[in-house]
Design a protein around this ligand. Sequence first.
Ligand SMILES: [Mg+2]
Length: 243
Amino acid sequence: MSKGALFEGLRYSTVLLDLDHTLLDSNQSERLAFAKALGASGISDPDRHLETYQSINRRLWAGVEAGELLPDDVKVRRFSELVPLLGLSSSQSVDPVELAEQYAHGLGSEGDLFPGALEVVSALAEHCTLGLLTNGLSAVQRARVDRLGLEPYVDAVVISAEVGLAKPDPAIFELILEQLGQPDKESVLMVGDSLSSDIEGGHRAGIATCWYEPTGAGTAPEPGPTHRIASLDELLGVVTSSS
Ligand SMILES: [Mg+2]
């Protein structure tokens, strides 16, 4: 019997959680890892280049969502594209592969969960079966899951780079649901910040979705998420509400 069946009035008994920008302060993780990696390569004032990096990174991950790139392609390519834009002097040589390695290591070791996120996950885990479904690199996401204390609460962790699939492809949702014992789709909720991967993917997989949108001001194209929350604290209410 699933945990959910023990609780009367539970709307969703299986919850799939996104990691980046949903549970984890990924901006902080990126900023710290970026400063460390560039600093180690002797590049002064790394913060100056962060925005350029972020726009390259966003574009490449959009390519992953579109099925045009593999997650592992992003790892080095974001730095192969960045290095020529750093304005380095001819005497400065920076190896994009080395930079990519250091950065990936930093992403795994830097950055915290949003305040209260672990408490929400732990409370959810008392009622529901939880899965972590993330588009990311294997070593980075594994290091984070271990370090951030999420492991005891989740029954499956599916990382796009490990399975050769990425959200919003419904196949990655099918894969994690299989690992979670094929729950009835009506009892499954996908929670995440990204309309293009989490909400679109959940919709295509035929499950309910909850858009985490902390500003409260964003608009979603139709068909839109089933639920939306501006704070993770609201999630337990969404999951347990029978309305
Ligand atoms: Mg996310």
